[in-house]
Design a protein around this ligand. Sequence first.
Ligand SMILES: [Zn+2]
Length: 312
Amino acid sequence: MERRTFLKFAPAAGLTLSAHPLLAQGLSQVAAVQRFTVGGITVTALSDGYLQLDASLLNGADEARLQQALTDAYLDPSRFLAAVNAFLVESGENTVLIDAGTGTAMGPNLGQLDTHLQTAGVAAGDITHVLCTHLHPDHVGGAVDDGAASFLNAELVVAQEDLDFWTNPDIRAGAPDEARGFFDLAVGVTQAYADRTTVFSGETSIAPGITAIPLPGHTPGHTGYMIEDGGESLMIWGDIVHVPPMQFADPSVTIAFDTDAEQAAATRAQLLDRVATDRQLIAGAHIGFPGVGYVAAAGEGYRFIPTRWQYE
Ligand SMILES: [Zn+2]
């Protein structure tokens, strides 16, 4: 039911669902799993695939500006492909998945997380926690399979503000038709984990070395997770940036999926300043795989510096 609802909505939202030529041949990129360490914690970036985002989804940048930004970044100016990444955090007894990919909710170029988890040597039953950055389908679609929990031993961890918003039937009733699939999927996920859901609000320690940091705007409970150990840290920031070639340079550009665009832009401006000042390593769900790097001030905005391969 979630798949049908979302697929009906997807083309209207400017999402393209035709299969990538490699995937159509049953081929995948090998580098869909990348491991690195944060102190004694192992973090694994996992690709779920990608989706195409059109200029019509942006507020504050028209097609010509997006094309220019893509050209400047040596990307195909005719279409922008956004990564969909999730992150596995192995710390002590905990095997934590931060976001769960799309599952079957969003077409053939996505839904590869479970395959890549297996490549990483991790079984679905090994996952102890699924931490949601927010309840959008590209982050929690993979937490369910045909309506049932995909991770049978995992606790679902979600911000109170997101749970309250996406499972509220009155808010759903007042939402545009094309957005209702988002609510239905969120309800399906929270029902599948009803007996093992942990809800938090505000900055909260979730597990040793993992702290939830509220980053509201994209959704009411949109959350980043700070991973810290041995003097090293990584901020997994969810959907602070959807279109890297545009939004690092101009953080005021927002996307149609933002629940509160003004708050999303303010949160982005604040966080980019903070991570640039602190030289904080970050990871993003929609930054080109593995989506890990640094942010530096550049002109009136910022630029993204991908992290180097971790040789040792
Ligand atoms: Zn997203």
